[in-house]
Design a protein around this ligand. Structure first.
Ligand code: FES
Length: 116
């Protein structure tokens, strides 16, 4: 395990997100209902950024591009390219569903640590 400090809890209030870069990794740190999640800031569909992704009440992030959604705990897809209507589904058939990379997190004295 390689725990790395990526931010502090006071920078990411509940409902907030922060895009960061650690070495060659692009991460999105999310505070959803006072729990911190760390996901790769690159959608597994077309590798586009997830920074503006919406967080849903069932603990998922929705990609802002073609609206694939991924469970924040496991990274597993809940929906794959549903947008735009019809075209999104056709696009989704051309690429297999892939999970979003997620990383374990913990808080240490106000610092957000991620196991990279
Ligand atoms: S880039 Fe995320 S769903 Fe297409």
């Amino acid at each position: 395990m390689t725990w790395t400090e990526v931010s502090t809890i006071d920078k990411i209030p509940t409902g907030g997100k922060e895009a960061i870069k650690i070495g060659d990794k692009k991460l999105l740190i999310i505070n959803h209902e006072d729990k911190i999640y760390a996901v790769e800031n690159s959608c597994p569909h077309l590798k586009l950024p997830m920074t503006k992704g919406k967080i849903t009440s069932d603990c998922a992030i929705v990609c802002p591009w073609h609206r694939s959604s991924f469970d924040l705990e496991t990274g597993n897809p809940k929906e794959w390219t549903p947008f735009p209507p019809v075209i999104g589904k056709v696009m989704g058939m051309m690429s297999s569903e892939k999970p979003l990379s997620v990383y374990p997190t913990r808080i240490e004295a106000g610092k957000i640590m991620v196991d990279l």
